[in-house]
Structure formats: structure tokens, C-alpha cells
Design a binder for this molecule. Sequence first.
Ligand SMILES: Cc1cc2nc3c(=O)[nH]c(=O)nc-3n(C[C@H](O)[C@H](O)[C@H](O)COP(=O)(O)OP(=O)(O)OC[C@H]3O[C@@H](n4cnc5c(N)ncnc54)[C@H](O)[C@@H]3O)c2cc1C
Length: 481
Amino acid sequence: MDITIVGGGAAALMTALLAARDGHRVTVLERDTLPRQATGEDAAASAFRGSAPQVVQPHVLLSLFRLLMREHLPDVYRDLLAAGAVESDLAAQMPPALTERAVGPDDDRFTMLLTRRSTVDWVLGRAARAEPGVTLRTGATVRGLLTGPGARGPAGPRVVGVGTDVGDLRSDVVVDASGRRTRIDRWLAAIGARARPARSAECGVAYFSRHYRLRTRSGLPARPDNRTILALDEFTVGVWGADNDTMVVGICPLTEDTRFRRVRDPRVFTEVLRTVAPFRGWLDVMDPISDVFPMAGLHNTMHRLVADGAPLAPGLHAVGDSVCTTNPTLARGLGVGLRGALDLVEVLAEHPSDPVARALAADRAVTEHVEPYYLDQARIDAERLRRVRANLAGRPPRSPAAPAGPAPSVDRVGFGELAATAPHDASLFRSLTTVKGMLARPDDVYTDPAVVRRVRAVLDTHGGTPGIAQPDPTALHRALR
Ligand SMILES: Cc1cc2nc3c(=O)[nH]c(=O)nc-3n(C[C@H](O)[C@H](O)[C@H](O)COP(=O)(O)OP(=O)(O)OC[C@H]3O[C@@H](n4cnc5c(N)ncnc54)[C@H](O)[C@@H]3O)c2cc1C
């Protein structure tokens, strides 16, 4: 089949590679010029793009992404490692408090990859340009959808290509991979199709982040392949290693917390980090290699291309952020993107000549592989927002023994309860890592009777996570000013 992909980000490139290797002819249309870069460092230096500002933000590649990549795009996986991506195994991810630290061969599934996102896009771009079945056209902006003779039943207009600022392009399949700011709703309206059913849930955080390079490999405050994220009472802060001795640091306050606006100033960024005990040590062993990158306007969203059992526009599919965005602190975006790319290639193979059946099958895959993570994130965020807002308003913070999650129930636990008990129990740590790594549907873990029993027992014994040392309020106030 001839496939046109709108957008040339990570989701598009992974889809293009998989589809081309399954025998399709793929054209990727990217509006930015994306000059070829000789090295990953060159790519990092010019990574910021207004149309995809997240590319300079801290990323990790979760266990699901790594497993799928290793199985379905093994050469790209090898290229990522060759470009400096670091495998962070279960031992590296263990919190210091965990006493049972033995790992077995089965724990390999928990390994994730640490790398700058620009390195991922650089490796994917190189692979796509070298792939015989893929044509990557940069500097080509898609402006709308082309339609052809109608599909059967109640389905909407049949999509047969795209209009671009460099001419029309006809194809059997169009895939929207143009990211979280996709114009697809406007394009659907323009061809007389119904709007996409949409769901959204508040995410509420802003990101301020900066890249550093380690000055030394000895005397570090912690393993650089351990992803340290502290959900403090008033904001979240994180640090972890990436490729080629780089480190990424993020400060994530609530968007409404205007005290943090000045954190985009590198001096303020540094001073705020100095108020958080484990971060002071990191500042002493690494040098900044970038500005502070701010990013707001983050939402949990889900969009479908099927409504009331009928495709909105047969011939049209979507992958990546165009389908679902979730709070970046759980790092699920690229896992959702790669899973979606694989699902799409599978439905193309199953229904080569029936665009309606294809659209319905793709929608079922979204229900199966995407929606559970959207719903989980919406719940996690609602609880975190409630807690942080209470703290900011000066109401007594909740006891750590009563952590986040749905109302206590005998037959399910919440993410917060699991996260609070995981540092005390190796089995619960694996359950939490299963949820975080997208290795099972979150609800399957939260309702597993063995997990529920163990969480209750650990809460009875330990009473939840030991409180995290908070920044001194006067020092934080001074830093923010
Ligand atoms: C702060 C932050 C941190 C994150 N951290 C992580 C993480 O740790 N791990 C993780 O897995 N995910 C993370 N994510 C999510 C991840 O970045 C996204 O899921 C991912 O970038 C989505 O890729 P995409 O290809 O769908 O969209 P994008 O990367 O946004 O690509 C869309 C592309 O389409 C192009 N385009 C748009 N419109 C048109 C048009 N009309 N014509 C042609 N081209 C067009 C754009 O120029 C762009 O290149 C994070 C996100 C944010 C915001």
C-alpha cells in the first residue's frame, strides 16, 4: 500500500520504518526542514523546534518501549546503544531503602533506556532516510485531507490523500502523526466528517529543564542510571543520566504556581535545585550545557477516529500524541507511540482492502493499549493535584500513610499506595515497576489479590513512604526571588 504520514516526529518515523519493512511504500511529510546532522551532539545542539518543543525536554524510554524496539526494530535499538543510550536495569532503579536487592534474569524486562530525546530522533531519522521503502520529505506542510468515492455504511468520507503546500499527494492510507497540536479536527470538518470523540483530564504541571554533562565519573552522589524523582510537597524535581555522560534535570511546579516563573532564569533554576538536598551534590559534579527550557500547556488527552461504532473518515489513521498525551512525568508518550505504530502495521496486514474494518480494528487497539494508561494518568494526576494544592494553600498535608489513589478498597490499591509501599518490599517494587514500565495494564496490577494483600500488610507495618526532606521554605522563597 501507499502510505502518507503527516509529521516527521518519533511516532511517524517508527511507523514509517515498521510499515516499509512490512512491504508498504511510505512517504513522511514533515513541515520543518530537519537538516541532517553528522553526530548526536550536533543534533542536540540544534534540537529545539517550536513545532515539537518537547524534544529538548528530559525523556526516558520505558521498559515497554525498549522491549518492543529490541524485538521489532533491533537495528535501531543497536544504533541507540551505539549513540550512547544507557540501559538502566532493575538494580539501578531500586530505591536506596529497598533491602532485598537481588535481581534475576527475568528482571531484564524492567530495563529502560536513558538518553536525550534528540539522540532518539537523530537515530530514527538516520534509519528512516536509509530505509528503501521510506521517502522523508521535509519542509512540506500538510494543509488538509483529500477525499474519494465513499466508504460503505455509516462511515464518514473516504480519505485518499493529503493536500500540502507543495502539492497534493494521493495514497491508500493517511496517518496523522502530527503531534499534540494536530490540525486534524479542522481537516475533518473541512471534508464534512464528524469531530473526533475527545477526552481530557487536567495534568496541571509545567516543566523547566536543563541539560548538564558530568565532570567526573567518580564520587557521584548516586548512580547516574538511577532516575531520581522527588514528588515534593509543592513541586516535583528530577535528575537522571542520559547518553554520553549527559544528565537531565527537571523542575515541575503546578502551572498555576506563579512563584516558579523565574525558574527559566538559569541562576534561579540553580538556586532552586540547591534547596533540595540530593540535588546539591549533583550540581557539584556536572556543568550545564544548555539553557533552561520551559514548557507548559501539558494535558492528558485521548482522541478516537471512530464514533458510535463508525469510522469518522476511513483511510485515515493516527499514531503518537495525536491519539493520546499523558503527563510527561510518567514518560509514557513514546511507548504509546511505538505500540500504536505496531498496532497500525498489524491492522494494515489484517485488512488490506477494507478501510472500514481497518479503522474499527485500529480503534479496538487504542481501547486495549492506550486507554488504560490515559485513565490511570488521569487518576494519578487528580490525586497529586489535590495534594499539592492543599499544601500550597497551607492546609495540613496528608499523612504519607494515606497516599494517593482511589478511595481505599479491599480489592484494589491505587498507584499512590503501591508507590508508597514499593520501597519496603521487593515484590511490590516489581509491581510498581511493571505499571511504570507499561508492562501490564495498571488496573490488572492494582486489582491483583496478591498485590492488594501485600500492600495492606506493608502499610500496616511501615505506614507508607518515609517523608521526603522538604526544602527550607525561607531558602526556597529566597531562591525563587
Ligand atoms: C516535557 C515532556 C517530557 C516528556 N518526556 C517523555 C519521556 O520521558 N518519555 C516518553 O516516552 N515520552 C515523553 N514525552 C512525550 C513524548 O515527547 C511525545 O509522546 C512524543 O514526542 C510524541 O511524538 P509524535 O511523533 O507523536 O509527535 P511530535 O514529536 O510532536 O511530532 C509531530 C511532528 O509533526 C510535525 N507537523 C505538525 N503539523 C504538521 C503538518 N501540518 N504538516 C507536516 N508536519 C507537521 C511537527 O513539526 C513535528 O515534527 C514527554 C513530553 C513532554 C511534553
